[in-house]
Design a protein around this ligand. Structure first.
Ligand SMILES: [Zn+2]
Length: 204
């Protein structure tokens, strides 16, 4: 009898989830798979040998990546980052001015809603003011990294309007606006431009 034996690599699924696939470019389902070499007899794996690696396989295009690919944010996570960033920025500028001013608070709620968090309200704002977002700086930087220059200007202008809703911008508020702008990745000169343009528009 002729014995046909060999070595083959087989994949076993050890986990799954959603990720951003850099190959087919979207939020996709993935399978986390461990590759192991097997000794085969008549093409049937009979003896497990060494583990040869662990991969993330896209369920849509089947491309395999190493585990680092899971560090890329999904589109869903990126979308969630924007309202988070506005909450952090609004809390920052309100805290620097008068956090109890109703006009400024209403403007802050509107700004967060404008970034997609439709059920944000004054109660949630109060909670944000009481307990500032963990890693607010990072949350804003993360949002800034995915925004175009124009979108950063728009974001900052929203924060400026929160400060303006309470009257003229005070020194503390101005400083907070610059802090937010810096975290968004804007230069101080760029920030001054956006702040004064927004102030000018409010005076008209
Ligand atoms: Zn894919």
């Amino acid at each position: 009898m002729l014995l046909i034996f060999g070595l083959s690599v087989f994949f076993r699924t050890v986990g799954q989830g959603d990720f951003h696939c850099p190959n087919c470019g979207g939020d996709r389902h993935y399978r986390q798979r461990v590759a192991r070499r097997w000794f085969t007899l008549f093409f049937v794996p009979v003896i497990p040998l060494n583990r040869v690696g662990e991969v993330i396989e896209c369920a849509t295009c089947r491309t395999r990546f190493n585990l680092d690919v899971l560090r890329l944010p999904t589109a869903q996570q990126m979308a969630a980052a924007l309202p988070m960033a506005m909450r952090a920025a609004a809390a920052e500028v309100l805290t620097a001015g008068d956090p109890s001013g109703s006009a400024a608070r209403a403007r802050a709620v509107e700004a967060v809603r404008g970034y997609g968090l439709a059920d944000y309200d004054d109660e949630m704002l109060a909670a944000d003011l009481e307990q500032p977002t963990d890693g607010a700086a990072e949350v804003i930087a993360q949002a800034g990294a995915q925004l175009t220059t124009e979108a950063r200007e728009w974001f900052l202008a929203q924060v400026v309007r929160i400060a303006l809703a309470g009257g003229a911008i005070g020194n503390g508020e101005r400083q907070a606006l610059h802090t937010v702008a810096g975290r968004l990745g804007m230069t101080p000169a760029h920030a001054v431009g956006v702040i004064s343009t927004t102030e000018g528009a409010a005076r008209e």
